[in-house]
Write a protein that binds this ligand. Structure first.
Ligand code: KIV
Ligand code: ZN
Length: 509
């Protein structure tokens, strides 16, 4: 069966989602999971865009082996140099250079003539080929580009050394027929097309990203780009888990192989959702909470009689397991360590100790600790830089009653080890709590978004909160979990502030 390469851009295009901002440790955690998931290439970032992104790409390139690590670059030498500096430690480094080719982008954005665009593209691909053995070239806004011009520039960049030609539907405008036809046209009209792999990259503005990607494959694309949970700029990118499962379930119709480990889907999706703070809608295909729930009596009856009456995908296929092995109050360090290992985590002794402590605290309040709870604890421990001095809440007390004004009293320690205390009121408990924290923290804070959900089901489920704060004008996400919703809310707020402190620290290092 022909092999389709899966190119993940969760850490680059996905990170361009409004409100998402990942630090180095979080990106590395996702990169390691993408490797387990089986992607062929991962786009780790855009090194020329910021020092933080450069460092994150470098860390991933130096750590992740066995998967090609790619970095984005505009068509300028300094971007390609930054990509090379970040990627030179990678086992399979690849640079991804782009330039816009549609009339509207060339005229208004680039203010370049078509000939100037061709010359720049060719010169930069040649320059990149002197450093990289794999050079991916993208015609930004390809789906709104005139086809003869597209064919002309593709032929020239392949001659200049491009090994992958990516044709994005940048604004999510194309229909499956149009997008497929563009690939057919390129295959029929570019004489040297067999020297490169054709790649598709679709945005979901019209909800067609997955359908368009499949149309591209039907017409010769052999690489698909997308993101986990379909996150990305505006309405997002093609959702990789949907594509992988579609190819698997409909292999009768699409005889293509991928390297994806399907039962890593749930974990990959959960990790990305947790770290980006982007919730997955309940009815989202494959990874939504309701994706395998049958509500109507007729459907339930049918499934009980013969599962395939209404179930085309089993939860087990994508790693949603119903037989979690629970840990509880009496589980010792040994059982805990074994469980952590069996979940694929490789923690240092110090992090393992930290995780065990959080686990024990949880077992004081919760009878059965599930895989979802452990996953929450381990992700927290893995992605927080423990060596940095942070703000820490020592104690807090919240007073709430239907006839009284909600009041929060909080005591915390600052990064320079001072203990401070403050009491504030608010219209609700969380508002009072956040007002007290705001007074105690010596940064300029503004709450932009706040969410609270539960981890798993049941009356003793963990509460999980996500917040978006502006810290000194910089947007920071925070997440926190606890048995109590107010405590989870405090943890999320503190996490956003401390992520800012950690990032400042990393940038100074
Ligand atoms: O959507 C797009 O055109 C892109 C390019 C940078 C490849 O993300
Ligand atoms: Zn894109």
């Amino acid at each position: 069966m022909p092999r389709i390469q899966i190119f993940d851009t969760t850490l680059r295009d996905g990170e361009q989602s409004p409100g998402v901002n990942l630090n180095r440790l979080e990106k590395l955690e996702i990169a390691k999971q993408l490797e387990r998931f089986g992607v062929d290439r991962m786009e780790a970032g855009f090194p020329a865009s910021s020092k933080g992104d450069f460092e994150a790409v470098k860390m991933i390139a130096d750590t992740v082996k066995g998967t090609s690590v790619t970095a984005l670059a505009r068509s300028v030498k300094s971007d390609i140099d930054a990509a090379w500096d970040a990627l030179k430690g990678a086992e399979y480094p690849c640079v991804h250079i782009f330039i816009a080719t549609s009339p509207i982008h060339m005229e208004y954005k680039l203010q370049m003539t078509p000939d100037e665009v061709i010359n720049q593209a060719v010169a930069m691909v040649q320059y990149a080929s002197s450093k990289f053995s794999q050079v991916q070239w993208s015609a930004e806004d390809a789906s709104r580009t005139e086809l003869p011009f597209l064919a002309e520039i593709i032929e020239k960049v392949i001659d200049a050394g491009a090994t992958v030609i990516n044709l994005p539907d940048t604004v999510g405008y194309a229909t499956p027929l149009e997008y497929g036809n563009m690939f057919k046209y390129v295959r029929d009209n570019v004489p040297n097309v067999d020297k490169a792999i054709l790649s598709c990259h679709c945005h979901d503005d019209l909800g067609l990203a997955v359908a368009n990607s499949i149309a591209a494959v039907e017409n010769g694309a052999r690489q698909i780009e997308g993101t986990i949970n379909g996150i990305g700029e505006r309405a997002g990118n093609a959702s990789l888990e949907e594509l992988a499962v579609a190819f698997h379930i409909r292999s009768d119709h699409y005889p293509y192989e991928t390297n994806i480990t399907l039962n890593e889907i749930k974990r990959t999706s959960d990790l990305v959702s947790k770290l980006t703070g982007m919730h997955i809608q309940a009815n989202k295909a494959i990874v939504g909470k309701n994706a395998f729930a049958h509500e109507s009596g007729i459907h339930q009856d049918g499934v009980l009689k013969h599962a395939e009456t209404y179930e085309i995908i089993t939860p087990e296929l994508v790693g949603v397991s119903s037989n979690n092995l629970f840990l509880g109050k009496h589980s010792g360090r040994h059982a805990f360590n074994d469980k952590v290992k069996s979940m694929g985590y490789d923690l240092t002794d110090e992090k393992l100790k930290e995780a065990f402590k959080s686990f024990k605290l949880l077992t004081d309040r919760k009878k059965e600790v599930t895989d979802d709870d452990l996953f929450t604890i381990l992700t927290e421990v893995q992605t927080i830089a423990s060596a940095v001095e942070k703000y820490e809440v020592e104690t807090m007390q919240i007073q709430y009653g239907t006839n009284s004004i909600p009041t929060a009293t909080v005591r915390l320690t600052t990064p320079d080890n001072k203990t401070l205390q403050e009491a504030c009121t608010g219209n609700g408990s969380v508002e009072a709590l956040y007002a007290a924290l705001d007074k105690l923290i010596a940064e300029e804070l503004e709450l932009v978004d706040y969410q609270i959900t539960s981890v798993g089901r049941g009356k003793d489920a963990l509460a999980q909160s996500h917040v978006q704060l502006l810290v000194n004008g910089e947007q920071m996400n925070g997440r926190g979990s606890a048995q109590d919703v107010i405590e989870a809310s405090a943890n999320a707020f503190m996490n956003a502030v401390n992520r800012y402190i950690i990032q400042k620290n990393m940038n100074q290092a």
